[in-house]
Design a protein around this ligand. Sequence first.
Ligand code: FE
Ligand code: FE
Ligand code: ZN
Length: 276
Amino acid sequence: MFIGNHLSSSKGYLAMGKNAIALGANTFAFFTRNPRGGSAKEIDPKDVEQFLKLYEEEKFGKLVAHAPYTMNLCAEKEDTRRFANEVFEDDLKRMEYTPGQYYNFHPGSHVGQGAEAGIEMIADTLNRLLTPEQTTTVLLETMAGKGSEVGRTFEELREIIDRVELKDKLGVCFDTCHVWDGGYDIVNDPDGVFTEFDRVIGLDRLKAVHFNDSMNDLGAHKDRHAKIGEGKIGAEALCRIANHPVLAGKPFILETPNDDPGYAKEIAMIQEWTKG
Ligand code: FE
Ligand code: FE
Ligand code: ZN
């Protein structure tokens, strides 16, 4: 299985690759730029080249880059929206340094304009900025439905995808904490949730997993991640999900509240769960 966690990109790609290996991981996630700001580090082609060599040698799974949280494509203020579009455009260029990987983003928060308006704006950006030449697959993340988040249901994600022309450049990242907080019972009925995902979106779009426990109850719409086995989803259910055939071969990214030793422990535990 492919498992890893979010790594700091401040020292570049090769450092992340080595960091992942040190944690026992074989994939990882990273923020393309300051997650709470927007500034991005200049990419060093030499560093990327060395990293790509390591990536091949180590047979890493797909990387799951993450857009900054501040990138809200359906913000109410026009300048916030313009900034988000600039970030998105620049990130797509940056992603091509590491061809064929995933770029995951939170669809956005409509801040009172209504989900429908939000969906339109998000699809607008995708139609303007996705290109047939890009090798990156852009992933919409399933959201917990905190505040006015768009993507709180599979239907909302489907509505975005429906409006996008270059659909083959789009996928979905399944966040276990968010889906649970969104009201999908992955503890008692994982098969039912995946069947529903397939009916509404199509399982061929499910490209990556954010693997988290949740501090809150089913349908809480809170979005507070817990360590694996220490939340309301629990180890037993998460073990079943990790072994679920529809997720086989997908990159699993931990976004649990951990330090490095904690991540190494969780990575080893999940590898143990899924081996054989
Ligand atoms: Fe996220
Ligand atoms: Fe997530
Ligand atoms: Zn979250």
